[in-house]
Design a binder for this molecule. Structure first.
Ligand code: MN
Length: 311
């Protein structure tokens, strides 16, 4: 049995944490972000970005998230698990979300339908894995494809997010509900045409996803597939990701306007500073309209504010 160590970003680690929701351990080692136990592997993620996989299934589990630096071949391969043969060339609804690891701003989820005959055009327009694109490029591409690709955008604003979170809803469940709704909206838009497959960029296991949406009025179930790194499997997910990112960036711009200064993305030190500035400027009570309150950044920002008053 081999141990595998991956080096991942904090936003990937946050993604993992919600993916393993339900399998998280209460006791976690010092310096860790979370620990989880699956049937084949024990997973521990550290604040340093190191993620340790132990146990018989460690290699399979780790391969969902990346490749170990030591034995990584040149190209990272895309997991193809239980997907239909040739899905990359089918007419597909893809869905993806943005903002889950960002302290400021909403969660945006987009489902987008890409017909197989439009794949070459979208490639030509530069649609690909949004992680390879900067925000300027993403905005430029989004402005063009929004009129070509039928899509639905769901925006979970901060105020509502905080209410749901406080009421005990996990981020995983919020995302599942948003994905389901966006997909249903697109199915309705393109009806009577039906996609050959629906591909969700995987953030929880399929069984957990369907558990999360089981009380929704309607659930898209037929031909639904999940895969991590789905942006690389079908352009519909890449297009969804670009449109979700575009909506998120626009929303951050709106927040910046109402704050009166530039709001940073992510969950690092700059957001602590910005939140502290916002509190000093507008008062603590505006925070729920801007941030995801349960993030550790809230306390860090309040500490910064206190320091400023003492100092
Ligand atoms: Mn995703």
């Amino acid at each position: 049995m081999g141990n595998v160590v991956l080096n991942l970003s904090m936003s990937e680690i946050n993604k993992m944490k919600s993916y393993y929701e339900g399998k998280l351990l209460e006791k976690t080692p010092p310096g860790s972000v979370f620990a989880a136990k699956t049937s084949g592997s024990m997973i521990t993620a550290y604040k340093s970005g190191k993620v340790l996989f132990q146990g018989n299934g460690s290699e399979a589990e780790a391969s969902r998230w990346g490749e170990a630096a030591a034995k990584a071949p040149a190209k990272s391969k895309v997991p193809k698990g239980n997907l239909p043969e040739g899905i990359g060339k089918m007419s597909v609804i893809g869905s993806d979300e943005v903002g889950t690891g960002d302290f400021f701003g909403p969660i945006t989820v987009v489902a987008a339908y890409v017909r197989k005959e439009d794949i070459p055009l979208l490639k030509e327009l530069g649609v690909r894995d949004s992680k390879d694109l900067n925000d300027d490029k993403i905005i430029a591409i989004a402005k063009v494809i929004k009129d070509i690709v039928p899509f639905s955008l769901m925006t979970l604003k901060n105020e509502k997010y905080n209410q749901l979170q406080k009421a005990g809803m996990s981020q995983g469940k919020m995302k599942a509900i948003l994905h389901n709704q966006a997909i249903l909206n697109v199915l309705e838009k393109i009806s009577p045409v039906k996609p050959e497959a629906i591909l969700i960029d995987q953030f929880v296991q399929g069984s957990t996803y369907f558990q999360h949406v089981k009380n929704q009025k309607a659930v898209a179930k037929e031909n639904v597939y999940f895969s991590t790194k789905a942006e690389g499997i079908h352009l519909a997910v890449a297009a969804a990701s670009i449109l979700a990112r575009y909506a998120f960036v626009q929303y951050i711009d709106k927040l910046s306007d109402s704050a009166g200064f530039k709001i940073p993305k992510g969950a690092g030190a700059p957001v602590d500073e910005a939140a502290a500035k916002l509190i000093l400027k507008k008062g603590r009570e505006v925070l729920p309209q801007f941030v995801k309150l349960h993030f550790a950044n809230t306390d860090k920002a309040l500490n910064l504010v206190n320091k400023k008053f003492k100092g």
